[in-house]
Design a protein around this ligand. Structure first.
Ligand code: ADP
Length: 310
């Protein structure tokens, strides 16, 4: 590659100096000696500048390739490690059963249930990986539609109530009943993002904790805030929790069936809406995750007619 770049620099330098000499030779008063000097100087300067510029570009290219390679290697290592954990666990239970534990009725049920839980984690992991991969490669298309965000949140609370009840966590949802909260977004994806955030607020809360969801309509945007009074996230981890597979406490996340991909997916979904997820947290007090979406105001001309607020 370097030989080619030198060749290109040489050719370009020839062309530049040739053109300069040719242009100058059209002026009658310039002597051949001066032309030769100018030609030589232009050639030297051009070759110097071009070599430096081309080598800089090539160096950059090599650096990017090396970075991509490292990234790919690390990603494959991470995935293998993540897949291994539930596979080993399920394998362990099944082998223990085959080695004789199957004769004991109580153990049989317990181990089968644990093996099923590991397989469920594996399934979730593969699904999350596919979603993330499709989003990162740009395969996933966002289908924007107008809908009321309040209804989506109410539906999600309905679905997650059972999970919260099991941990005696109360979910509160604050919004103004007299207002509409219409937005233009990909309904399924936004629903998935909010579901991940509420599920985390339940999962990383303490027994008997509280999850508060605030939905506010501002001038041009809708603000969503999901607040918990759980254990919080250390300051040094706050920037990293949106990276895939990053967990503050690995064992706690895995024990709760976490894949470490939920927040990375949330980040991508919001980026697809030109929005951003923000987080603030205080150790021992809880965390607040928030984001905004555009507000669609009803147009003045007619009922049920909506226009984007600009
Ligand atoms: P996981 O599947 O592990 O929950 P996520 O990507 O959803 O993966 O979250 C990444 C990590 O961020 C979690 O493992 C957890 O340590 C931390 N986290 C996320 N949400 C909260 C929260 N509401 N309270 C405390 N920690 C949280």
């Amino acid at each position: 590659m370097l030989t080619t770049s030198r060749g290109i620099a040489l050719l370009l330098a020839f062309a530049i100096s040739g053109l300069t000499v040719l242009s100058l030779s059209l002026l009658n008063e310039i002597s051949p000696t001066l032309l030769m000097v100018v030609g030589g100087l232009t050639f030297s300067f051009s070759i110097l500048l071009l070599s430096v510029a081309l080598e800089f570009l090539i160096f950059k290219e090599i650096e990017t390739l090396q970075k991509n390679n490292t990234f790919r290697r690390e990603f494959i290592a991470d995935i293998s490690h993540e897949l291994k954990t539930p596979i080993f666990a399920a394998q362990g239970y099944v082998h223990t059963l085959l080695d004789g534990a199957i004769e004991d009725k109580n153990v049989r049920y317990k181990f089968l249930k644990r093996a099923a839980k590991s397989l469920k984690t594996l399934d979730k992991l593969v699904q999350d990986l596919l979603t993330l991969n499709q989003m990162e490669s740009g395969v996933v298309k966002f289908h924007f539609e107008d809908f009321d965000l309040k209804d989506v949140i109410l539906e999600l609370i309905d679905q997650l109530e059972h999970k919260a009840d099991k941990r005696k966590v109360i979910i509160r949802f604050y919004f103004d009943k007299g207002k509409t909260y219409r937005t233009s977004a990909d309904k399924d994806k936004i629903s998935q993002a909010i579901q991940n955030l509420i599920a985390n607020a339940i999962k990383y809360n303490h027994h008997g904790g509280e999850v508060v969801i605030n939905l506010k309509a501002r001038k041009k945007t809708l603000a969503v805030e999901i607040k918990d009074n759980g254990k919080g996230i250390p300051q040094e981890d706050l920037n990293r929790i949106f990276e895939r597979f990053y967990r503050v406490e690995k064992s706690r996340s895995r024990e709760k069936g976490g894949t470490g991909l939920g927040l990375a997916i949330v980040k991508h979904i919001l980026e697809g809406h030109k929005s951003k997820i923000s987080v603030t947290s205080a150790l021992g007090k809880g965390s607040i995750f928030s984001f905004t979406l555009p507000l669609i105001k009803p147009s003045k001309s007619g009922k049920g007619n909506w226009a984007t607020a600009q």
